[in-house]
Write a protein that binds this ligand. Structure first.
Ligand code: HEC
Ligand code: CU
Length: 337
């Protein structure tokens, strides 16, 4: 029985380094693999701190071990003796060196962070945090949700607001995290070295579905980005088939329009994501599930199945209505030019 337990705890101990290594896997976004200058600045602050902290830890542990091995019992007559070298050492290392390290790091990190606060021209995007999704607006009128397209290699200035509580926008590979605060406007900038997709996440607990408040930053080539932004600004494609037309009628005659906008139709709700070009998005519900016909149907009838506590209510529709509605929504891609 005891041997079994020992074996189990040994196995657990052996697996710990594996768990730690798994955290380093490159698949999950990390501030330690920066893909742009703002994130590089953050990791260039982080590394020196880690090395100095490691050196201090080794030193302190070594001194502790030395004390245990070589230390002696303090005798009565030792207490009132003069200031010794040992006392001076404690003062210098404990206060002087610690203070110098802390002040040094303060000055170092402020100096490094200056470039993060510097204003420069660039593509302007407004991101508004909601429980539990991201509204994304461009200067040309394009509106979308949970996907921020940016031009690769160019500066992007993001203005942040919140519709309800405090959220925090964090794309570890591109920039340090920044809070979205109700009643205030905050700013952050991105620049992605190369085209690619960078996962982001709300990094400030904002309620039940905080964990399902993901988003994607998609860096396109500047040409593809310009095309995307002008497509996203256009009104929705008209329904292409009789079924899609029937779906549009279902949408417009239901509660959906109270919360969702589909530009070019009478639907002008502002409480939920803009659905004008919903079919171009990869996911439903801020990265919660991939956008497929089945999951879209489930989402519409009972969104809480995917996202308990979600602020979108369930809707009861007949099978035919639901099928038509899903067909309509999945037809809302970019209009052909
Ligand atoms: C009371 C407001 C409200 C109503 C009514 C409503 N929705 Fe929503 N809807 C939301 C909100 C809020 C979200 C975002 C939820 C989240 O991700 O946490 C959402 C998300 C969605 C999404 C996913 C969008 C995305 O990009 O992730 C779809 C699709 C959708 N709603 C369709 C509908 C349809 C169709 C109807 C009508 C049958 C409807 N909604 C009714 C508020 C509403
Ligand atoms: Cu959150």
């Amino acid at each position: 029985m005891n041997g079994e337990r020992a074996r189990r705890s040994r196995r657990l101990l052996l697996s710990l380094p594996l768990i730690a290594l798994a955290a380093c896997a490159t698949k999950s976004p990390s501030i330690l693999s920066p893909k742009g200058p703002a994130a590089r600045t953050a990791s260039s602050i982080w590394w020196p701190m880690v090395w100095v902290a490691t050196a201090v830890t080794i030193f302190v542990v070594a001194m502790g071990a030395y004390g245990v091995v070589r230390g002696r019992r303090i005798r009565e007559e030792d207490i009132s003796r003069e200031v010794s070298w040992g006392d001076r050492f404690i003062l210098i290392a404990g206060l002087g060196v610690t203070g110098a390290i802390l002040i040094g790091f303060f000055v170092f990190s402020v100096a490094r962070s200056v470039s993060l606060a510097r204003a420069e021209p660039g593509t302007q995007i407004t991101v508004i945090g909601h429980d539990w999704w991201w509204e994304v607006r461009y200067a040309n009128g394009a509106v979308t949700a949970n996907e921020i397209h940016i031009p690769a290699g160019e500066r992007v200035n993001i203005t942040l607001q919140s519709a309800d509580v405090i959220h925090s926008l964090w794309v570890p590979e591109l920039a340090p995290k920044i809070d979205l605060i109700p009643g205030r406007t905050t700013h952050v900038w991105f620049k992605a070295d190369h085209p690619g997709e960078y996962r982001g996440q709300c990094a400030e607990y904002c309620g039940l579905q905080h964990a399902h408040m993901a988003f994607f930053v998609i860096a396109d080539t500047p040409d593809a980005f310009a095309q995307w932004m002008s497509d996203m600004a256009r009104p929705a494609t008209a329904p292409a088939t009789a079924l899609a037309q029937q779906g549009q009628a279902v949408f417009l005659s239901n509660t959906c329009i109270g919360c969702h906008a589909i530009r070019g139709t009478a639907a002008n709700g502002q409480l939920g994501p803009d659905l004008t070009h919903i079919a171009t998005r990869q996911t439903i519900g801020a990265g919660t599930v991939p956008l497929t016909a089945n999951d879209l149907a489930t989402w519409i009838t009972d969104p809480e199945l995917f996202k308990p506590g979600v602020t979108m209510p369930p809707t009861t529709l007949t099978k035919d209505q639901l099928n038509a509605l899903v067909t309509y929504l999945l037809g809302l891609g970019f209009p052909s030019p």
